[in-house]
Design a binder for this molecule. Structure first.
Ligand SMILES: [Zn+2]
Length: 364
């Protein structure tokens, strides 16, 4: 919110931003990376109308506006390191499937997660999911250790009986984690672990749709016995796709515009979820205990490395559009490749090197 004031009240700042943007633009041309074999298009869709992918425990303060997006380069983004840990050891994801899931949906989400660090013998064409994670891995802790480029799914737990109900809160989600870690072999892994809770489309969450599509935080020792970083993302396919699966669904008032994009895997809910999962993984890795990388003065409402680029998927997004992305021969939109020939549309991440949003499908 305060960053928006900088933009609107200071013409000097605006000029500075323009200069920085042009400088960055020129610099990027020198390291041009073209992907000639893909057809790019600019769908002329604005970023999502309601800010949605938010994080941490108490972020629903009505502060989530489009002012958090920075399409161009800016040194005025006050992203700072607050001396806490990042996930620098090889990352183990523990998946908790809450509710009823189709195996094909689970496989698609795992295809994305397992594309982050692909074994060397698998060649995935650029732009790829693992190239997207490179931006995340540029973040370091105070010892200089980078966020790990190794991300594995090491355990899965299914709660098909909705054992904590069909309405979850930010506290009861910790009970879901307790239930999972009490089963064997689903370990307590407070060194390398991320507990990723995914709820099916018939489960509602406190503030879901209205304020959040996903969030991350950590468990409390008083509740769970340990401090475990976790993230939650819900399937919005039925509840609010125009908010949480944007741009695969658009709000009614935008129906006269270019319309919704076709999801890369034909599933609005899951394809939309994957970008939210990506956002949360990037942020839980760079700010697992909410004391490492974030902008803003208030640690209860941090602006993190995904928030800064929310709704931005490609180059040329500076005019208030989502940017240049690709279409396959069936007209499905995507901006990166994953394993087993899968394609995904995933938002960009703030780069600490470029001081701008970055993604593997950058054209300039
Ligand atoms: Zn976020």
């Amino acid at each position: 919110m305060s960053t928006f004031l900088l933009f609107s009240t200071s013409s000097c700042a605006q000029l500075l931003i323009l200069i920085l943007f042009l400088a960055n633009h020129a610099q990027c041309h020198a390291t041009s990376k073209q992907h000639h074999h893909y057809t790019y298009h600019n769908p002329k869709l604005p970023p999502p109308p309601t800010t949605n992918h938010t994080d941490t425990k108490y972020e629903d303060k009505g502060e989530f506006t489009s002012s958090k997006r920075f399409e161009g380069s800016s040194n005025l983004v006050d992203l700072k390191y607050h001396m806490g840990p990042v996930l620098s050891s090889p990352i183990n994801i523990y998946l908790i499937w809450y509710g009823k899931w189709a195996p094909s949906q689970q496989l698609l989400i795992k295809d994305f997660l397992l594309s982050i660090s692909t074994p060397h013998h698998q060649t995935i064409p650029s732009p790829s999911v693992s190239e997207w994670w490179h931006t995340v891995s540029y973040y370091t802790d105070q010892t200089g250790a980078n966020i790990s480029q190794s991300v594995l799914v090491v355990g899965e737990y299914s709660d098909t009986k909705y054992s904590h109900g069909k309405y979850l809160t930010r506290l009861t989600i910790q009970e879901v984690i307790i239930s999972a870690v009490r089963t064997k072999p689903f370990p307590v892994d407070h060194k390398n672990g991320i507990y990723l809770i995914l709820t099916s489309e018939d489960v509602s969450m406190q503030d879901y749709c209205r304020a959040v599509c996903g969030f991350h935080y950590f468990t409390f020792p008083s509740m769970v016995g340990y401090t475990l970083p976790y993230a939650w993302v819900g399937n919005s396919g039925k509840q609010c796709p125009e908010v949480c699966a944007y741009p695969f669904a658009v709000p009614g008032y935008m129906k006269d515009g270019p319309g919704a994009l076709r999801p890369p895997n034909g599933d609005i809910g899951i394809d939309g979820m994957i970008s939210v999962i990506a956002h949360e993984l990037a942020e839980v890795s760079s700010n697992p205990l909410v004391n490492a990388w974030y902008a803003g003065e208030d640690p209860t409402a941090p602006t993190e490395i995904g928030d800064l680029c929310e709704g931005l998927y490609g180059s040329g997004g500076g005019g208030g559009y989502i940017g240049q992305i690709m279409k396959d021969r069936n007209g499905r939109s995507f901006n990166m490749n994953g394993r087993r020939g899968k394609k995904f549309l995933v938002q960009w991440i703030w780069s600490p090197v470029l001081k701008a949003c970055a993604g593997p499908n950058a054209l300039d």
